[in-house]
Design a protein around this ligand. Structure first.
Ligand code: PLP
Length: 409
């Protein structure tokens, strides 16, 4: 059990008033709030040892380098690997996936190859593959979805064929909340020699992740969705695959030898970290990982499942006026709940809730093809995190009821 009252004190923003009302922050799928421990770590860096890393001969530079590399090791073990070199710091999930598409994709994909995706991908795990397919003449293929928003695996054996070279999918949908059976898909993909790229943006912050057990080839995730700062994210890759890949960006730090005509590349992970990296935010992400580990990912997941189950039951009250998407079974999903009310645009609903201090997301959630599958232009989405409470859900349901009555008058 989480000590919610105590924990919420770590998040200064949760005391904020919005339009004179107590903030209820249900937009964690977009970005999470930050605990004091992360904010303090950033302040400490800038106040006490701000300097560039890896190349300084002075104490501040050594301290910053040490903290930066300690954060890398922490993050490696957080996702279950003992190989810190397999952790590449990027800006976020988007950049991580683009790195793979650009570097691994250009070296390994050619005409006639197949790239298998799902219709529930965020644009950042769709558009880079579209462009790779256009560049190389490869073909995109897609799993189907079931009625309740799960992946339909009934035709997996025909979708995954010897032509499949890459499978890319999200572990948890940012819209439906669905948690995909990625291990099963990874095993099937590996049996035909395909690699698998996982989008962990919505799962890594909310449940335990073990890249060794999953045996995924790549995993990308974003610091800002897991209590960390914006502008920092992680690409995990199997070391032997990263070793074979060309760098993605070129410049300082990623080189070993440079002459006027030619250059050679640094070791992993530095060959993928050109230029001055986002030092403060890497260290801040390390503090976020410490915080998550202190609470425990299993505890966080259990708490969110309890919130999700409670919210789904409460939302049934509106079942004649509102459609809720995604699986009903909380063994199959996490805490992203999307809904759509006939005749009320989600933006109007979101604005109504905002007037009462409740922050939800309204829109296509960077998943336009999924909106098409769901046959809606957009949805409202409430997404939970460790600091949310059952009382907040009660308040949300009350205000949602008022909103429905208001707009349906
Ligand atoms: N993938 C999923 C499933 C997401 O939900 C998001 C962000 O909402 C992303 C990728 C992109 O993350 P970022 O904008 O941090 O790169």
């Amino acid at each position: 059990m989480l000590n919610l009252e105590q924990m919420r004190k770590d998040f200064p923003i949760l005391n904020r008033k919005v339009h004179g009302k107590q903030l209820v922050y249900f937009d964690n799928g977009a970005t999470s709030q930050k605990p004091r421990q992360v904010i303090n770590e950033l302040v400490d860096y800038y106040e006490n040892y701000n300097s560039n890393i890896h190349r300084s001969v002075h104490l501040l530079g050594e301290e910053a380098t040490e903290k930066y590399e300690i954060a890398r090791s922490k993050i490696a073990s957080f996702i279950g690997t003992s190989v810190p070199e397999s952790i590449v710091f990027v800006r976020g999930t988007t950049e991580g996936i683009n790195l793979v598409a650009s570097s691994w994709g250009s070296m390994n994909i050619s005409a006639g190859d197949e790239i298998l995706l799902t219709p529930m991908e965020h644009h950042s795990n769709l558009v880079p593959w579209q462009l790779l397919a256009e560049r190389t003449g490869a073909q995109l293929k897609f799993f189907n979805l079931t009625e309740d928003g799960q992946l339909d695996l009934s035709n997996m054996d025909s979708l995954i064929s010897p032509n499949t070279k890459l499978v890319a999918l999200t572990i948890m949908s940012n819209v439906l909340g669905t948690i995909n059976p990625v291990k099963k898909i990874i095993d099937a993909a590996h049996s035909v020699g395909s690699i698998v790229v996982l989008d962990g943006a919505q799962s890594v912050p909310h449940m335990p992740t073990d890249v060794v057990d999953l045996d995924c080839d790549f995993l990308a995730f974003s610091g800002h969705k897991m209590l960390g700062p914006t502008g920092i994210g992680v690409l995990y890759g199997k070391k032997e695959i990263l070793d074979e890949m060309n760098p993605y960006m070129f410049g300082g730090e990623m080189v070993r030898q440079v002459s006027l005509e030619k250059s050679t590349w640094n070791d992993l992970p530095y060959k993928f970290e050109a230029g001055t990296p986002n030092i403060a935010d890497v260290i801040g992400l390390g503090a976020a990982v410490d915080y998550l580990l202190k609470i425990g990912l299993k505890n966080i997941h259990d708490h969110e499942i309890s919130l999700t189950s409670y919210a789904l039951t409460k939302l049934e009250e509106f079942s004649d006026r509102m459609k809720v998407f995604g699986p009903r079974d909380t063994n199959l999903r996490g805490g992203n709940i999307s809904f759509h009310c006939r005749d009320i645009h989600p933006h109007d609903l979101g604005t109504f809730l905002d007037q009462e201090g409740i922050a939800i997301r309204a829109g296509h959630h960077c998943a336009m093809p999924l909106m098409h599958c769901l046959e809606v232009p957009a949805t409202g989405r409430a997404s939970f995190y460790l600091y949310n409470t059952h009382d907040e859900i009660d308040f949300f349901i009350t205000i949602l009821g008022k909103a429905l009555n208001y707009f349906e008058k």
